[in-house]
Write a protein that binds this ligand. Structure first.
Ligand SMILES: [Zn+2]
Ligand SMILES: [Zn+2]
Length: 249
């Protein structure tokens, strides 16, 4: 079995196969940021919003880098805050970005070992020389190819549980990401036993509907993640997915 141990622990509880999304999955939000990185709300405000939205489980997935020092402080704050909200399950994961096209991940071993969930994300275009290149220096085809190759390698990384927002950077910078490449990534996730994230920040309704359709065709594991950077955004992905499924009939 290729799936990570973390995913196997969460399967059927917080991670579901796309063909059998139970209603409870709409009440999960496994992609939250706080003011420890680029979010604008604190831990307590995010959890209050989750409780107010009636969610049953959330995961903080802060941006980490190799060498970040604040993770133990962050974990301690989350432990304190979740102890006062016993009805809400609170995971502490990480969102780690691809450093290259070959599975390099911008996270320390300790950060991974302490995480309940590891999102692998594509946030910068590798230049092939160990650094990154501005999207302005790329054409759409090259950009899509790099995002695809790096995302493919993330799905092969032993520690990546979920491919966050597939195709999102190229869609944001160049207007679209090829359907066929997204479908290949979904199939790869299925073969690897990893999850594809339905993300609330980057996808419009059409893109989300298409991604969900392909995830259902392959019946891969999916997670719901609002990518909330403010308390107001907690739980939005559940409403979006519900709407998309209602229209899909
Ligand atoms: Zn991201
Ligand atoms: Zn994020």
């Amino acid at each position: 079995m290729l799936a990570t141990q973390r995913l196997e622990r969460l399967a059927g509880e917080l991670v579901f196969q796309a063909m059998s999304l139970p209603d409870e999955e709409y009440l999960t939000d496994l992609h939250l940021h706080t003011d420890y990185t680029d979010g604008r709300s604190g831990v307590a405000a995010m959890l209050d919003a989750a409780v107010a939205a009636g969610l049953r489980a959330v995961a903080f997935t802060e941006h980490v880098r190799r060498g970040v020092a604040w993770l133990p402080t962050f974990h301690a704050e989350v432990r304190r805050e979740r102890a006062t909200r016993p009805g809400l399950r609170v995971l502490v994961g990480i969102e780690a970005k691809a450093l290259d096209l070959y599975g390099g991940l911008d996270a320390d071993e300790e950060a991974i070992a302490s995480a309940d969930l590891v999102l692998g994300a594509f946030h910068n275009y590798p230049d092939g020389l160990g650094g990154f290149v501005s999207p302005r220096e790329l054409d759409a085809t090259t950009a899509a190819k790099r995002e695809y190759e790096a995302s493919w390698a993330l799905l092969e990384h032993a520690e990546v549980d979920v491919l966050a927002h597939p195709g999102a950077l190229t869609r944001k910078k160049f207007g679209s990401f090829p359907d066929e490449l997204t479908r290949q990534l979904v199939r790869k996730a299925g073969r690897q036993g990893r999850a594809i994230e339905l993300n609330g920040e980057y996808a419009d309704a059409d893109a989300l509907a298409a991604l969900l359709r392909w995830c259902r065709e392959e019946d891969v594991w999916v997670t719901l993640g609002s990518n909330a950077h403010h308390a107001d955004e907690v739980g939005r992905i559940g409403r979006m997915v519900k709407e998309v499924l209602a229209h899909a009939g």
